[in-house]
Ligand binder design. Structure first.
Ligand code: FRU
Length: 443
């Protein structure tokens, strides 16, 4: 049995988006997009992991796989709700109209269609892919309602008056749009409304909408938002929003911002944790597989679960309290952490000062926190090697989570977060640190 600590990683081969994230019957369940045959994207399955504390994850293998004509080429992203003690999982079902003859796991020229489907599980551990799946929204042929190809990633939530579904879509692959459907029972769905905004890019993926206190917050992953010629023009964004429950009318308040300024984080999903906090988890993209002795090469991981709060009109992302509990062993002054495990560094950075963690450099430049991974990332014009946050005012407190393959920097209590995938960190730290904490595990 594979146990991951702190960050859930692909157990070999390929991982992308988190799916069906839910606290259910005393445990966190997290599914994710998984391709079992190599460290590349292809015919997606939902693999499954569970955790009691969002820190230690037990991999349980594949839960959902193609079994119906309508999902024969992929069980795409989706979400979970608990209904009368059972787990309802919603997903997008993909069928290729033409596959690439040289790689049947990808479509030729985007020739595919998408419907929305669900599967019901009695206990969150057994999934009958033959008996318990159901198509709930057929491929849409009315372009004014939805796109037949790119309409996906149902995020469903329950409210007192029924169930709501938000979907990502597009108008002719040119303008991203958000769609809403409503249901009384979570099974029969009716179209409710849609919303278009330039921040939805040309295709919107993995939208989510929820309340933090009384404030509605939208998160989503639009394609085509950055046009700098580098890889990954797709970037996760968030925005405060207005939402009318009766009509499903949505409106962003102000301009959407990046959820994470490192620009590796994508396809986020949120749900409530055991204590009722709104928690976000997302996929961290990796440009190449990690090869470790005795292990199948793997590619893709999840970020640390982050609590979403709205402070003075700004959406903040904080490390989950379980991470505080876990990283509570303080090292002695001058003591170096073990770089083969995750650890946490707290530091206050002054203007022009640099903290170098194993070759990854963090500098405060004109009030902006800059992360530079030039020494610990594959080189190439297509990769973004540096990134920075907007300027912060006053002191710059950093709370940094360092793992072998990922560095996550929380600035001033989650005002901004900058995360970078890294390869081959060296075991040293140069610069002023306040404290270093390691995990509480004995082994
Ligand atoms: C986002 C995404 C989703 C889709 C899934 C397919 O990364 O493209 O829109 O459902 O990945 O793996």
């Amino acid at each position: 049995m594979i146990i991951d600590k702190v960050h859930l990683r692909a157990p070999g081969n390929w991982m992308n988006d988190p799916n069906g994230f839910i606290y259910y019957r005393g445990e966190y369940h997290l599914f994710y997009q998984y391709f079992p045959y190599g460290p590349v994207w292809g015919t997606t399955h939902w693999a499954h992991a569970v955790s009691k504390d969002l820190i230690h994850w037990k991999h349980l293998g594949i839960a959902l796989f193609p079994s119906k004509d309508y999902d024969r080429n992929g069980v795409f992203s989706g979400s979970a709700v608990e209904v009368d003690g059972r787990l309802y999982l919603y997903y997008s079902a993909v069928k290729y109209l033409e596959a690439d003859p040289e790689n049947i796991h990808i479509p030729l020229d985007n020739r595919f269609e998408t419907s929305q489907a669900m599967i019901v599980s009695e206990d969150g551990f057994t999934f009958d892919n033959w008996k318990d799946k159901k198509k709930i929204l057929p491929v849409c042929t009315r372009e004014e309602e939805a796109d037949a190809v790119h309409t996906r990633d149902p995020k469903v939530w329950k409210d007192c008056d029924g169930y709501y579904m938000i979907l990502g879509s597009t108008v002719k692959s040119e303008q991203g749009r958000v769609l809403f459907y409503k249901s009384k029972d979570g099974v029969q769905w009716e179209y409710a409304s849609q919303y278009r905004h330039p921040a939805c890019g040309n295709i919107l993926e993995c939208p989510d909408l929820f309340q933090v206190g009384d404030q509605w917050v939208f998160t989503g992953s639009p394609m085509g938002v950055i046009r700098d010629g580098k890889n990954y023009a797709e970037q996760a964004v968030c925005s405060l929003a207005e939402f009318q429950k009766d009509t499903c009318a949505l409106k962003f308040q102000g301009e959407p911002e990046y959820m994470d300024w490192g620009l590796d984080l994508y396809a986020s999903q949120t749900n409530l944790d055991r204590e009722g906090n709104r928690v976000m988890i997302a996929w961290i993209r990796m440009p190449k597989p990690v090869e470790e002795p005795g292990k199948t090469p793997w590619r893709g991981m999840m970020c640390l679960p982050r609590v979403i709060e709205v402070k003075e009109g700004q959406i903040c992302f904080l490390p989950h309290p379980e991470a505080d509990r876990y990283f509570s062993k303080k090292l002695k002054e001058q003591e170096m952490p073990d770089f083969s495990r995750a650890f946490r560094v707290k530091a206050v950075l002054k203007e022009q000062e640099t903290l170098d963690i194993g070759g990854y450099k963090i500098t405060l430049e004109n009030g902006c926190v800059k992360g530079d991974r030039s020494q610990v990332f594959p080189q190439g014009k297509e990769h973004r090697l540096t990134a920075k946050t907007p300027a912060v005012k006053g002191d710059c407190h950093l709370d940094i989570f360092v793992d072998k393959d990922l560095i996550e920097i929380f600035v001033n209590q989650g005002k901004y977060v900058l995360s970078h995938a890294v390869y081959g960190l060296q075991p040293y730290i140069k610069g002023n640190v306040e404290d270093i904490f390691t995990g509480t595990d004995k082994d």
